[in-house]
Write a protein that binds this ligand. Structure first.
Ligand code: BES
Ligand code: ZN
Length: 620
């Protein structure tokens, strides 16, 4: 806070020199935004000049896998800036013009791997718009082009990949509205993080508007043979025709989730909440692109058991998309709040028994990850991260999500749920469309929720600026999972056969708990017996399949290897890939890992490729 205040005073003082005494509302707002912390992952200098609106005109070419376009930005400067800086990575810039179309001589700085390059455009105090004519190559890291009979293109911009398909000020603290006109091959549907079409346009041209200002990491585009099904008055799903019916059934409760979310933390401001089921190569579970969550098809389980992911992405409509982490060092403000909110939605819609089972699984995952990260780099277990000079992707661990969650749960348990909900409601409403950093949040917390006694009681500093999990981490308890634990113990001790285990009565969380908590080496015979009794290799639940395949690798359970290979070749969700390849490596089955990876790699998105190359020793 101290730092922010000094910065604010400095900025106000500097600006004071040539500003009239009475400031317009717009100027006041601008000065307020000057509090922006420096983002080490962007070349933009928003305190000098920043974008406010994007007009994007682009053509998507599947033949050459390129996007050619022009990005015209409305800009706002402090009046004395001589240049505006954009981020770009591997883009080919053809020309840059300002205002009435006069070409200007731009310059492109040195490239630093994941950062890309600064694009410097000369401006004067009078410059209103900057147009960048460019081409985005087939190799653009944000994009995945799916080949074959059903061509598909999708983008993944978070954390700093927006700059690989649009030159932009790629920092979460800089928001802009946008209009887009996109031409795609005839017969394909185009969707963005904006108002969306529900049917194919005959000429392949689509227009989009996003009238609420968003940061660049929420820019998104998908193009493909995509069908549409309405769910409720404000909700719908999009998916390829082969999946649309299944998807509509799986996500039929989306409107209920939305209603529950609104009654918890205030009005949904983005008008519609739709979900697009992407090809299985999507590297994440979900991505909270405003108005249109992008989701992996691996959450289609046939029994609606994996909708927590939808609750999560929906929750980001408040935590993240309304109140946005200032830099990637504050990532926990996006994800920790979102996991907390997700849990509250799950509790409201499915009951506390279900949400507490999820919380137990979360706690177990967190404990493991904390101990792994403590061995590698203990500082990465702090909620407040220090990612300067590193790829922000390195900070995207369970710490932000789940240590963040347990910290907020501790606050809830300390002050009581009613008080905490009032606090969160006003946190979201008073910080809407604003940027939040960890220090500002701590201030906000101290002014609005915790007195100094409570600050000490919760051990705020240890949680935010300290390693590991503090002693006062809330404990979670689920009697249903206790009973799974009992079955597990008896099975492992040889006192119970698979036929004694009530597997068929168990829901996904119970099955996952059972498989995830088996000892690593349970033996081939036990694997055979379980598979015979429950046909786990044939399960349609990808979370259950994932833990089972991990056990299969540990136990050399070869009957599951065909499914393992099929899974790894078709699914590109990094959360599944990393532990499976790592387990093969750890158990002297690296050859199998290499053989599978050689087939699968071409199907993966760049963010998964980067991680797997590193893990399997293919990184340059
Ligand atoms: N915003 C994240 C995905 C993300 C984070 C992409 C960082 C790139 C960089 C999204 O909301 C998310 O957290 N997805 C999770 C699912 C969730 C249920 C924990 C995922 O993809 O696994
Ligand atoms: Zn998230």
């Amino acid at each position: 806070m101290k730092y922010n205040l000094i910065l604010l005073f400095a900025v106000v003082a500097l600006w004071g020199c040539d500003q009239p005494a009475e400031r317009s509302e717009q100027t006041k707002e601008r000065i307020a935004q000057m509090k922006l912390a420096t983002d080490h992952h962007s070349y933009a200098r928003p305190n000098e000049a920043k974008v406010t609106h994007l007009n994007w005109d682009a053509e998507v070419d599947f033949e050459t896998r390129t996007i050619r376009g022009v990005a015209t930005y409305n800009i706002e400067s402090n009046g004395s800036a001589k240049q505006i800086y954009f981020d770009m990575r591997d883009l080919k810039i053809d020309s840059v013009s300002t205002d009435d179309g006069g070409l200007v001589s731009f310059s492109i700085g040195e490239s630093r791997d994941f950062m890309g390059q600064p694009l410097e455009v000369p401006i004067t105090g009078a410059t209103k718009t900057v147009s960048i004519f460019y081409e985005c190559p087939a190799s653009a890291a944000a994009l995945l082009w799916v080949e074959g009979e059903n061509p598909f293109l999708f983008t993944q911009s978070q954390a700093i990949l927006a700059r690989t398909w649009i030159p932009c000020q790629d920092s979460p603290g800089i928001r802009f509205t946008y209009h887009a006109r996109v031409k795609v091959p005839e017969g394909l549907l185009a969707l963005m993080s904006a108002n969306n079409p529900t049917a194919v346009s005959p000429d392949g041209i689509y227009e989009f508007d996003m009238q609420q200002p968003i940061p660049s990491y929420l820019m998104a585009l998908a193009v493909g043979d995509i069908a549409y099904r309405e769910i409720g008055p404000h909700t719908a799903v999009y998916a390829t025709p082969d999946l649309i019916e299944k998807a509509a059934w799986e996500f039929a409760e989306m409107e209920d989730l939305l209603v529950a979310a609104e009654s918890l933390y205030g009005k949904y401001v983005w008008e519609r909440y739709d979900l697009l089921v992407l090809p299985a190569a999507f590297p994440f579970g979900g991505m909270e692109n405003p108005r249109l969550t992008f989701a992996t098809p691996t959450i289609i389980a046939g029994d609606r058991s994996l909708v927590a992911l939808v609750a999560h992405e929906l929750a980001h409509s408040w935590s993240g998309n309304l109140v946005t982490n200032s830099t990637w060092d504050d990532f926990w403000l996006n994800e920790g709040f979102t996991v907390y909110f997700e849990q509250r939605i799950m509790e409201a819609v499915y009951g506390r028994e279900v949400s507490e089972m999820l919380a137990v699984l979360t706690y177990q995952g967190l404990e493991k990850e904390v101990s792994e990260i403590m061995d590698l780099n203990p500082n990465d277990t702090h909620l407040k991260l220090h990612l300067q000079g590193r790829d922000p992707d390195e900070g995207m661990t369970a710490i932000a999500y789940d240590k963040g969650y347990f910290f907020l749960r501790l606050l809830e348990e300390t002050v009581g749920r009613d008080k905490f909900d009032v606090f969160l409601n006003s946190y979201f409403s008073s910080n809407s469309f604003k940027v939040m950093d960890t220090e500002q949040f701590v201030d906000y917390l101290q002014s609005n929720l915790l007195d100094s006694t409570l600050v000490e009681k919760v051990n705020l500093d240890a949680w935010i600026y300290g390693p590991g999990l503090p002693d006062n981490c809330p404990t979670v308890h689920s009697s249903r999972l206790d009973s799974v634990e009992m079955n597990l113990k008896r099975f492992v001790a040889g006192e119970a056969a698979p036929s004694d285990i009530p597997w068929k009565d168990w829901v996904y969380q119970e099955r996952y708990y059972f498989l995830d908590n088996l000892p690593d080496f349970i033996g081939y015979k036990n694997m055979v017996a379980m598979d015979k009794a429950f046909n786990i290799t044939g399960t349609g639940n990808n979370e259950v399949l994932f833990v089972w395949l991990r056990n299969a690798i540990s136990n050399n359970y070869t009957p599951a290897y065909a499914r393992l290979e099929n899974f790894l070749v078709n699914v590109g969700r990094r959360k599944f890939l990393t532990p499976l390849y790592a387990k093969m490596k750890e158990t002297n089955q690296k050859e199998m890992a290499d053989a599978i990876y050689s087939k699968a790699r071409q199907n993966y998105h760049s963010v998964a490729v980067v991680t797997m190359d590193e893990l399997l020793g293919y990184a340059e």
